[in-house]
Design a protein around this ligand. Structure first.
Ligand code: TXA
Ligand code: MG
Length: 318
């Protein structure tokens, strides 16, 4: 029997009983549990096979609950929350003592956001606790953007995926930390850096583990298909180099006429970066099922969501 269901009351019953449930968000599906239940949180880490040092994002129903979770809100954090919540921005702020160390990997900061998905907002509004939810994929593999993706990963491990349809943004939230009161980007994501800079001015990107040990989840290899994947600014050269292989090609908008390509998918025929982001993981899931020899991906324009797409494709190649 399928574990996919639209029944919010069933999700409430499971979560209240300290069980875990996969939930839809606008970015990717999350694997959710009560932040105050040690049992639920341990079960999230075990199901994902995620190391305990890698902290989780806390999901709250509205900006009003932020002060329940964090001790101090810099002015620019307040501005960002007001501008983008509900939506794909996560803020890393000084945690309140009540937030368990298991959620934060022992750090004194906690990551928090208000997701922009009607089903999950309704769920959060009915629960009397926030939900910790990392992306609902095994550690380091491709994030899920449909209920079916989650079911394929975890049908033997969890009781329910709350179905909210395909995720509209399609890549994870942009994570912002603070150095003193100044924001820095820990992870590029579904909110474009230009939109953030319009609110808080110039912002530095500290997007890798090497420069940002503060974001332990930023491993070089992440979001990765099992199929060998390369990222190139010259598709024609890459095709020549790999010509005797079974090739899957991902482009921004162009179609390439070449007999060596077994399958090719343009992420947005009209050249729209938001549409490309929303299609990216589903296309990676599709190609990864085809037992190709190689996936060749075209570099995206390096601005707006193109920057975030290039970040994910780069991690997929490691
Ligand atoms: O869009 C998203 O953010 C999705 C949906 C489900 O909300 N969630 C998500 O969670 O992508 P996850 O666990 O896959 O990624 C969370 C990232 C990790 O890289 C983790 O290291 C970082 O957030 N993080 C969490 N708490 C942190 C903290 N206190 N300081 C620095 N980084 C933190
Ligand atoms: Mg993840």
């Amino acid at each position: 029997m399928s574990i996919i269901s639209k029944d919010i009351s069933k999700a409430i019953a499971l979560l209240t009983a300290e069980d875990i449930v996969a939930i839809p968000t606008e970015t990717v599906y999350g694997l959710a549990g009560n932040i105050y239940s040690e049992k639920a949180i341990k079960s999230i880490f075990e199901t994902k096979k995620r190391p305990f040092f890698n902290p989780l994002i806390v999901h709250i129903p509205s900006i009003d609950q932020l002060t329940d979770i964090v001790d101090y809100i810099p002015e620019k954090a307040q501005l960002l929350a007001e501008a983008f919540w509900p939506g794909p921005i996560t803020l890393v702020l000084k945690k309140k003592a009540i937030i368990p160390d298991l959620i934060t990997g022992g750090k004194d900061t906690v990551a928090v956001r208000v997701p922009n998905h009607p089903t999950t907002l309704e769920l959060l509004n009915q629960l009397d606790f926030p939900l910790a939810a990392p992306s609902a994929n095994p550690f380091s593999s491709i994030s899920p953007t449909t209920a079916q993706h989650v079911e394929t990963y975890f049908k033997d491990d969890i009781k329910m995926v709350l179905d909210g349809g395909a995720c509209t943004s399609g890549i994870e939230s942009t994570i912002i930390g603070f150095e003193g009161d100044e924001p820095v980007i820990y992870r590029l994501g579904s909110t474009a850096i230009e939109a953030i800079e319009a609110i808080v001015g110039n912002i530095e990107i500290k997007n890798t583990k090497e420069v940002s040990p503060d974001a332990p989840g930023m491993l070089a290899r992440h979001y990765a298909p099992k199929t060998k994947t390369i990222l190139t600014d010259s598709i024609l050269e890459a095709l020549k180099l790999h010509k005797n292989k079974r090739i899957g090609l991902i482009t921004f908008q162009s179609e390439i006429d070449n007999p060596n390509i077994e399958v090719q998918i343009a992420l947005s025929a009209s050249g729209d970066l938001a549409e490309s982001a929303s299609n990216l993981y589903d296309v990676l899931h599709q190609l990864d099922k085809m037992h190709l020899d190689i996936i060749i991906a075209e570099e995206f324009p390096n601005y707006g969501l193109g920057k975030s797409i290039n970040d994910r494709l780069t991690r997929a190649t490691k």
